[in-house]
Ligand binder design. Structure first.
Ligand code: HEM
Length: 473
């Protein structure tokens, strides 16, 4: 393995080569013209990249058209890039389809690293933190109780809970962004979230991402791409109407404790619009999918559910938990960490771009290289995790040796998930409320247990499944 660029001999051969990815950076063979497109089109991309990392190492390259990508599959390489050398890798790739879905790169999640982007992110992050400090706990509690009622109303009929988890997560983020007084009907909110989910899943599909690397394909008919454009238009109409209603309500009485009040005054119209999209997209499907995975794994390991329930009863007796109780609830906290580990809901984060020439693990990485942080791979690295494919919350209990430092479900550095603190409180409190009030049971024998591999696009989701939910006495 070559040494770090800084410690190479002054006149080594590599220092005379043109600036491109070090030729010794390993990677699977690539086809003429297509490069590694077939690898990138694999069904479960995070799993496929993880198996490639077993052959080519925790840093390897892929090619697609003229683009070179570097895949990082260990906590060490990911942290080196995203945290230690954060400013070298804080960029986002410019892409044809990314520009179309992000208002020309004006969103926080897809906008490239620049002074303007930093100011945008800082402002929205500050607004979010302030509103969270004032109201997040109460907002989640209210939604957890509403979810409880919805589940009670099912009367133990077998149900698929994804939609209910999505509504709960969506209500939390909409309350934070616009305040409780959202004038839109719940049907309209559902339409917005269906539309956002559709955009995320279409944008992650290979027949659309291929347009970024192969411009000639843009001339051919592409029905999924036409659908994407339509959904983006629909999204923008709904968000515009939300923001207009919000501004009218602000003229009557401004609520300083909601996010949009703060950023509406400071940002341009497009930046307000895209920040709202970022928060609603980031804040809904991720949390809902995480809750869905949690239930899927508990159906496979009922004794974990029993241990969490018994911990809740012993520590809290009959009251509902608060987030500040988390240090007294180690088993519940271990369950949260293990689900974040085994199924990171954003398994490949969002691609980064090298903003300047740099290096990772001693390999030279030229400016503009695309970096894929394979969080899924890092969370299944056998050098760090004992028996990584097995769901074992116990590994996070004190003295069991697992370290949360190798856990990177929210990425890290300048691009750390903007909603990480919102998400942490949400998954903890929703789980605590659900497991205190209900027991989740399979609807039939072993055959009815959920599939645990999941379907991977930008978000890694469990396949649909049904569950029987029995109220605790
Ligand atoms: C970005 C994970 C919930 C808003 C990200 C990234 C990951 C992630 C891995 C990419 C980091 C990178 O590029 O390196 C998760 C997980 C969640 C969650 C696992 C829940 C379990 C949320 C919530 C919000 C949110 C609740 C909003 C309140 C965002 C935004 C970005 C982002 C705006 C883009 C940040 C940037 O590019 O600077 N998230 N997220 N996420 N997330 Fe989350």
């Amino acid at each position: 393995q070559p040494k770090d660029a800084h410690s190479r001999p002054l006149f080594s051969l590599s220092s005379l080569l043109p600036h491109r990815v070090s030729p010794s950076l390993p990677g699977p063979p690539s086809l003429p013209l297509l490069g590694n497109l077939l690898d990138l089109m694999q069904d479960h991309l995070p799993g496929h990249l993880t198996s490639l990392s077993r052959c080519y190492g925790n840093i390897f390259r892929l090619r697609c058209g003229k683009t070179t990508m570097v895949v990082l599959s260990s906590a060490e390489t990911i942290k080196e890039a995203l945290v230690t050398k954060w400013s070298d890798f804080a960029g986002r790739p410019h892409s044809y389809t990314g520009d179309l879905v992000s208002g020309g790169g004006c969103s926080i999640s897809l906008g490239d690293y620049s002074e303007k982007w930093k100011a945008h992110r800082r402002l929205v992050h500050g607004a979010l933190q302030r509103c969270c400090a004032v109201s997040l706990h109460a907002v989640i509690e209210r939604q957890a109780l509403a979810l409880r009622q919805v589940i009670l109303d099912y009367n133990q009929k077998p149900v698929d809970l994804l939609e209910d988890f999505t509504v709960a997560a969506s209500n939390v983020i909409t309350s934070l962004v616009f305040g409780k007084a959202d004038n839109k009907s719940s049907a309209e909110l559902r339409r917005l979230h269906d539309c956002l989910n559709e955009i995320v899943s279409l944008w992650g599909s290979p027949c659309i991402s291929a347009l970024d690397s192969f411009p000639l394909l843009r001339k051919l008919p592409n029905p999924p791409f036409s659908r994407l454009l339509k959904e983006v238009e629909r999204r923008d109409d709904i968000i515009r109407s939300h923001l207009e209603d919000f501004k009218v309500s602000q003229q009557r009485s401004a609520n300083p404790n909601v996010c949009a009040t703060v950023y509406v005054q400071m940002l341009t119209e497009t930046h307000v619009h895209m920040a709202t999209v970022d928060l609603l997209i980031g804040g809904t499907e991720t949390t809902a999918v995480w809750l869905y995975w949690m239930v899927a794994f508990l159906l496979h390991r009922p004794e974990v559910q029993a241990s969490v329930y018994s911990e809740l009863c012993t520590v809290l007796e009959s009251r509902y938990p608060r987030y500040s109780d988390r240090h007294r609830l180690p088993y519940l906290s271990a369950l949260v960490s293990e689900v974040l580990r085994i199924r990171p809901v954003a398994p490949l984060a969002v691609p980064h771009r090298a903003t300047r020439d740099s290096s990772i693990a001693g390999y030279f990485i030229p400016k503009d290289t695309i970096i894929i942080p394979n969080l899924y791979g890092a969370h299944h690295d056998p050098a760090v995790w004992d028996d990584p494919d097995t769901f074992k919350p116990e590994r996070f209990l004190e003295g069991k040796g697992a370290s949360t430092r190798a856990l990177l479900p929210f990425g890290g550095g300048a691009r750390l998930c903007l909603g990480a603190s919102v998400a942490r409180m949400e998954v903890f409190l929703f789980t605590a409320y659900l497991l205190r009030d209900f027991q989740f049971l399979p609807t039939g024998g072993k055959a009815s247990l959920p599939d645990l591999k999941g379907v991977a696009s930008v978000v890694l989701k469990a396949k649909p499944f049904r569950v029987t939910v029995r109220p605790r006495p």
